[in-house]
Design a protein around this ligand. Sequence first.
Ligand SMILES: O=c1nc2n(C[C@H](O)[C@H](O)[C@H](O)CO)c3cc(O)ccc3cc-2c(=O)[nH]1
Ligand SMILES: C[C@H]1O[C@@H](n2cnc3c(N)ncnc32)[C@H](O)[C@@H]1O
Ligand code: MET
Ligand code: SF4
Length: 357
Amino acid sequence: MIPGAEAYDIDIGFDGREIERALSVGPEDVSPSSELTFARNVFVPLTTACRYTCTYCTYYDPPGQASLLSRKEVRKILETGVEAGCTEALFTFGDDPDDRYTEIHDQLAAWGHDSIHTYLRELCELALDVGILPHSNPGDQTREQMRAVADVNASMGVMLETTADVTAHGGPRAKSPGQRLATIRTAGELGVPFTTGILVGIGEGWRDRAESLLAIGELHERYGHIQEVIVQPVSNNERWREGSPDLEAMRRVVAMARVVLPAEVSVQVPPNLAPVRELLDCGVDDLGGVSPITDDHVNPDYAWPALRELEDIASGVGVPLEERLPVYNRYVEEGWVSERVRRRIESITRSPSSSRA
Ligand SMILES: O=c1nc2n(C[C@H](O)[C@H](O)[C@H](O)CO)c3cc(O)ccc3cc-2c(=O)[nH]1
Ligand SMILES: C[C@H]1O[C@@H](n2cnc3c(N)ncnc32)[C@H](O)[C@@H]1O
Ligand code: MET
Ligand code: SF4
């Protein structure tokens, strides 16, 4: 049973054969992808406050020390992004930050907001006005919270991390796999094109990896909303010293993702954290959001490769490197995005990236 599944009414289970099949997959069982995509983004680290305390995470600040970006600061990041030809504003920040941080609560109140979600909505609208598409990853969300921002996002996301009960998520404020799955399910119910993924090397075993990927596949089967699954190796920082999965493990888990997930779901590996060149033959077809101007604020010690390097990686295996938007085309074509997001997508795709750069 997946921890927290009952509390969140998650009815996902697998028979032993599905798990065994996933466990038997190796790199030799997949063929390399014939394309490689990425999105040009700016990272907007809205707040460092977070209700959880994942032991691998260097991002959050404790109560009393957290910060919140002002509208003016966010506008500057967004405008710099548009000038650099970016199409995605990645709003990624602590989980439910207005929960127990009085400084965040008070600041939001002073700006006329009673929750991070109404503030996020205002900033997503600002992004659309400035000319860039929001992709928000605010962590776990209730249906009401997600509904408050869904129509102003091109797509949204939350990492499942793992279905296992790992000590990295321990303590009184722990991520619950059941709650993560419920967030992913809510996105499906609301028709939000969605990004999720697994964090590899946080204490989970091979069976847990198989189960996590199967759970994501199962939710996609029900709702069709998963555009991509990130296979992210945990990386060292000042809070996490336990290292990252080795190359062999990454090759096997990427291949497992490719076999377990349906072909229309992309398998993404972040090029600043993983040895992408050594993973391309295992089924990677996307490099995620890469920024020409901002840091990866979740993993600030790991710089983004330059666009030229991505091109070099792609040409090394003879596949074209293609820039994509934060929402995959099929969702735009099938009418998943709101009218205002669609209008912005049209204006972005009309102006060639050379004139946006
Ligand atoms: O720069 C990063 N981008 C992250 N992204 C961004 C992602 O690469 C792109 O935003 C998507 O591919 C959409 O284009 C995430 C997006 C999600 O929805 C969920 C988790 C992540 C995690 C990261 C991350 O750790 N670092
Ligand atoms: C936004 C996402 O960043 C990931 N994340 C958090 N800390 C780390 C780390 N040390 N290494 C790699 N990924 C990390 C989590 O999977 C989270 O969901
Ligand atoms: C630095 S993690 C950012 C997103 C959110 N806090 C989560 O873990 O899902
Ligand atoms: S990974 Fe996300 S949820 Fe976990 S402590 Fe960091 S910011 Fe919070």
